[in-house]
Design a protein. Structure first.
Length: 406
């Protein structure tokens, strides 16, 4: 790699790396509100929130990588053009194809990272996020004690008021189904005038201490079997925690190797074969797509002349969002069996490659106006024609109306 390509590689790496960090932060902001809402009732909010955020990072990295590659390439080429370095390089006989090599090298590095992220880290992170969320919801005992709310935790339903002058809890109502040999046999009611929520230091588990209450056991035949009053009683905050299901109930939780092994649908019967194969094709297509994006981003970043266009970043964002939505729609069609699982995803990738070949060939070998500049000029010309046609039509209508009056 020559000095020019090394220079471009460093500039692009800095821009793309910064955009990856920025995009992840922006995307995480949307999910942080939900995470904070979940962990506010946890006994270990900092630990649970950190675990959930780390589990989500691979998912958002999968979104950020193609966006950063596209926009970072556009920004680098745009700066290279505005500083007249592009003109000097072209004047020295360096082709645009040669100057695209650094961006392809970065795309190759990101493709390897993307295989690791989308193929393994993302499915495992998704499952870990769901497991932590499930655990927090089961052990979030304090959520049951919000004033005026009935909340179910495990097999119990709680209601807690906060009208005590000493900031205690009360009155308290607890409903719990009872079972015998796995069959529901009745329910237990517990009421108390006051209570206090404490957290055990050794385990971090919340415990509700009740005072001045009564407990009732009611059988399914509506017969009251127990009626016990008590001065004090403690109830563990977490009911028997139900272990989270095994990983693999969702195709998004399977690694790429597991999806490949299940491509015939005989290893994991709970996942539809079309759904499995559509997810596999989408992951592969997203990696292949990274090698195509530089051939589109470089022409989008080109600027010649005294009035350079600044539409590259905006067009790049709109283009990527449209591409992402198109791939998701194609995957959904494949998963539903409307089309073969490979057809929609790879059809879009093929169209993307043809568009990249057309726009790059026009920019690198014909040396005309940059694509976005030509597009802007075409829009301006079309807008002028529309305005002229509108004025002409108004004049004709006005002339016809005057002729009728005469």
């Amino acid at each position: 790699m020559g000095r020019l390509n090394t220079y471009l590689f460093k500039k692009a790496s800095i821009a793309i790396g910064g955009l990856v960090v920025f995009a992840c932060c922006v995307l995480l902001l949307e999910r942080l509100l939900r995470i904070f809402e979940v962990v506010t009732t946890s006994t270990q909010p900092a630990s649970d929130a950190s675990s959930m955020i780390i589990s989500l990072l691979p998912y958002y990295l999968g979104i950020a990588v193609p966006m950063a590659l596209m926009l970072g390439t556009i920004i680098t080429v745009d700066r290279f053009s505005r500083s007249s370095e592009l003109t000097a390089a072209l004047g020295a006989g360096v082709s645009l194809t040669h100057m695209t090599k650094p961006f392809l090298a970065i795309a190759a590095i990101l493709a390897v990272i993307s295989i690791l992220i989308e193929g393994w880290l993302q499915p495992l992170g998704r499952y870990q996020y769901r497991a932590v969320e499930n655990s927090v919801k089961q052990t979030a005992f304090t959520a049951a004690l919000r004033e005026g709310m009935f909340t179910t935790v495990g097999s119990r339903t709680y209601f807690g008021g906060t009208d005590k002058p000493d900031a205690g809890i009360g009155p308290i109502f607890i409903y719990e189904d009872t079972y015998e040999n796995g069959v529901r046999s009745g329910f237990r009611l517990t009421t108390a005038n006051e209570g206090e929520l404490i957290v055990r230091e050794e385990s971090g588990a919340p415990v509700l201490q009740l005072g001045d209450g009564r407990g009732y056991q009611v059988e399914d035949n509506r017969r009251l079997t127990d009626d016990i009053g008590f001065g004090g009683m403690s109830i563990a905050g977490a009911a028997t925690i139900v272990p989270f299901r095994m990983r693999g109930n969702d195709e998004r939780e399977l690694t790429s190797s597991e999806l490949f092994e299940n491509r015939r649908g005989d290893l994991r019967t709970e996942i539809d074969r079309n759904t499995n194969n559509s997810a596999l094709h989408l992951r592969i297509a997203r990696t292949v797509m990274l090698f195509i994006l530089p051939f589109i981003a470089v022409p989008f970043g080109l600027n010649y002349g005294r009035n350079p266009s600044s539409a590259g970043i905006f067009v790049g964002v709109v283009f990527l969002v449209s591409l992402q939505k198109g791939l998701e729609f194609a995957q959904s069609l494949g998963a539903a069996g409307t089309i073969p699982p490979w057809l929609g995803v790879w059809g879009i990738v093929t169209l993307l490659a043809l568009f990249a070949a057309f726009i790059f060939h026009k920019s690198a070998f014909k040396m005309g106006q940059p694509p976005l500049t030509s597009f802007a000029q075409w829009l301006s010309h079309a807008n002028g024609q529309v305005r002229t046609a509108w004025r002409s039509m108004r004049q004709r209508v006005r002339g016809t109306a005057e002729a009728h009056r005469a």
